[in-house]
Design a protein around this ligand. Structure first.
Ligand code: PMT
Length: 397
């Protein structure tokens, strides 16, 4: 979603500026256009050449050496940007911006700009929490400037506390969030993700290889596009994304209940999870021992509810998107599931193909609805999530 977006990255003189080239690099990897302004002090930490090379654009520092350019440089930069991101933002630049001081290239561009401004503070914890800085940040917030949180850690000065600039990937995520068109706003999405876990005894359980990546990508993208998102997740090692409600479940029956809680209010249900179809018939309160009697046939199973089929049968106006993980006859099995579970659309992946299915960052799928089958090329789970959401949007309209 950052493709073609114009980002003006402003770097000020704090130690966190050593991370700013990584922000530039990530933005470029996401196909954004980047221009950089540095304060004179920032050049003591990182060189303009670094940013020039990484952004593939001139890095601006001084106000008055732009004679080679016929434009009024600070005005044209201010007009060019879709967003201005100050990372790191020192207490000094925050103070100048809040109080209308424009005494160098960076602060002059800020003063001249009508673009949204995002600030990623990076400073000592006492400076961050000083009355002056808190007042300045409050003033900027009131003017609509987006001020990102800081992390709490041991800082460069060895003090422990808040004030550490967010990581480059987190900052890029925030920029992406800000610039993404909110074309799904007003819609309620319920998304399931990950595996479920069926306990056998206090030590053992049955599960599958789902990492949750596909479902989390869908939740993240839907949220970025303005939807209200409830993510119901089985156990995964991923950090929960920023959604409206995150519901952590363990077993298929837990997931069944959680979907039931939110289904009636939903506009869209996406079943990207891989719930276990069976569970051990008996849960042993004590660890099952390796006795001769237990050596064989200790696993008696019973069926779990089919969540998708149950709520598919109760569907009113909702759009329901199912997934299918198959290893043979993929179209045939997927079409059967589309009908049986009353899906509007099913996304089927052949889990035997390299780059598809469980655990990978990419997927190779076919999307099947009542009229057609579309075979898609390999793509990132994020791109696939957006492709699915585009199709859901069409179905809703
Ligand atoms: O999590 P990742 O590592 O990123 O991997 C992604 C994925 C491969 C898990 C995902 O893309 C996927 O294919 N999910 C569906 C896996 C699955 O359970 O497939 P299925 O063919 O068994 O089930 C068909 C549909 O019914 C699915 O939408 C499933 O969520 C749903 N189902 C299945 C069983 C059950 N008891 N209740 C259900 O609701």
């Amino acid at each position: 979603m950052l493709k073609g977006k114009k980002i003006l990255l402003c770097v000020t003189g704090g130690i966190a500026s050593y991370k700013s080239p990584a922000i530039c690099s990530l933005l470029r990897k996401n196909e954004a256009e980047v221009k950089v302004i540095m304060t004179e002090n920032a050049t003591k930490f990182v060189t303009p050449l670094t940013f020039q090379t990484m952004s593939n654009n001139v890095c601006h520092v001084e106000m008055f050496n732009q004679l080679f350019n016929m434009d009024v440089e600070h005005i044209s930069l201010a007009k060019w940007a879709d967003v201005i991101v100050i990372a790191p933002a020192t207490a000094n630049v925050i103070g100048k911006f809040a109080n209308g001081i424009a005494d160098d290239m960076l602060t002059t561009v800020l003063m001249a700009s009508r673009s949204p401004v995002m600030i990623a503070p990076g400073m000592n914890t006492f400076m961050l929490n000083s009355d002056a800085n808190k007042d300045n940040m409050e003033t900027l917030k009131k003017r609509g400037v987006i001020i990102l949180d800081t992390a709490t850690d041991v800082l460069a000065c060895n003090d422990y506390g808040s004030g550490k600039m967010l990581e480059p990937a987190e900052i890029v995520e925030e920029i992406d969030f800000l610039l993404t068109t909110k074309d799904l706003s007003g819609k309620n999405f319920v998304i399931t993700a990950g595996p479920t876990m069926e306990p056998l005894d206090p030590v053992r359980y049955l599960t599958n290889h789902s990492s949750g990546k596909m479902g989390y990508a869908l939740a993240k993208c839907a949220k970025k596009r303005g939807a209200s998102v409830t993510l119901i997740s089985g156990p995964t090692s991923l950090n929960p994304p920023k959604v409206d409600k995150f519901v952590s479940v363990k077993t298929t029956r837990d997931m069944f209940d959680a979907v039931g809680e939110f289904f009636d209010e939903s506009d869209v249900l996406i079943k990207a999870a891989a719930p276990a179809d069976y569970r051990p018939k008996k849960y042993s309160e004590e660890k099952i021992k390796k006795t001769a009697k237990n050596d064989l046939n200790i696993l008696e199973m019973e069926k779990n509810p089919d969540i998708a089929r149950h709520y598919g049968s109760l569907k009113k106006d909702q759009i329901i998107v199912g997934f299918a993980a198959e290893s043979t006859n993929i179209y045939e099995y997927a079409k059967q599931k589309l009908e049986k579970k009353n899906f509007d659309m099913i996304v089927v992946n052949n889990i035997k193909r390299e780059g598809a299915g469980f655990g990978t960052d990419t997927n190779i799928v076919s999307i099947i609805d009542k009229d057609k089958v579309d075979d898609l090329e390999i793509m990132s789970k994020t791109d696939l999530a957006n492709e699915i959401l585009d199709r859901v949007k069409k179905l809703m309209s």
